[in-house]
Design a protein around this ligand. Sequence first.
Ligand SMILES: Nc1ncnc2c1ncn2[C@@H]1O[C@H](COP(=O)(O)OP(=O)(O)OP(=O)(O)O)[C@@H](O)[C@H]1O
Length: 333
Amino acid sequence: MSTAEQPTAGPGAGEYAISVRDLRQNYGDFEAVRGISFEVEQGELFALLGTNGAGKTTTVETLEGFRRPSAGSVRVLGTDPYGQPAALRESVDAVLQHSGLFPELTVAETVDLSRDLAAAPMSRDEVLELTGLADKAGVQVRRISGGQKRRLDLGLAVLSRPEVLFLDEPTTGMDPEARRATWETIADLVRQGTAILLTTHYLEEAERLADRLAIMHRGETRAEGTVRDVVVQWGDRIAFRMPAGVRVEDLPELPGATAAAEVRGGEAWTCYTVRGDDADGLAHRAMEPLLEWARRTGTALERLELRSASLEDVFLSVAEGAAGVVSGGRNTD
Ligand SMILES: Nc1ncnc2c1ncn2[C@@H]1O[C@H](COP(=O)(O)OP(=O)(O)OP(=O)(O)O)[C@@H](O)[C@H]1O
């Protein structure tokens, strides 16, 4: 449909490029997404992370207009993607987990086919350059590697310079060099103003690219914000091997910290979590009374460590914390 017949969408003043409000999505009786909300602005990359089966693809597919929300609402450029898909056709593109490439076409023919369908596409050479596939232009798609197909998928999705782009695990199967090149392409798009929703299992990818992110587990958002926000919420850790003859209740109270026993590699450890706005400084200050206690009681703090959280720590604690919740009952996943 031409733009004369169907107005294309664009964000209105104060409108988000992507908006998800209390989204619920059911498959029969099973609640795959249980009331999640987030927004993405133009020129922002939002990463959706989560455990397997958390509901990421379901959320992205809903935003792509493949599913009507069971409850709540989603908007892309201010438009309902399920109710008015045609209005978004020229402004939104996606790299899905399963690409729809024609195996018999060459890489160049594949690019040309997509260019024919786009309003103001990049040149073929630009796309080949962007995807690092210039030397494969004459090769049939069925003869290029899995990682190269993913790069071609991305090239096809961005050749029309979309305002909104959905990337569902875009670098799966790529070697580290191709992944880094793809990150550059994605970062360039964001700099040029594209709003991107990225799902990934590579935490480093989210750390590198995401302005903000959410970690989902079993249909719910368990952590959200910038990488720094999310990591600070988790807190810094002071840990040491549990001294012989010392019980948790014998340990000193440290300002702003909570103590817990944990098992690492079959050994008992003590772990203090220090949370607050200035977690680095707080953890440092919490060390002083601990060292003072150790001196006074003649206790050796073996393998003492003080460290900030990584995104991986938060991710694992989201996954493990929830496992703890269901450990007394039946895990229905
Ligand atoms: N068509 C469907 N019918 C029934 N259940 C489904 C369907 N699609 C997904 N599910 C279930 O919904 C839940 C969420 O799936 P979804 O694919 O959205 O998760 P995900 O976070 O993308 O997972 P992964 O990281 O493993 O790709 C899973 O428990 C899945 O088994």
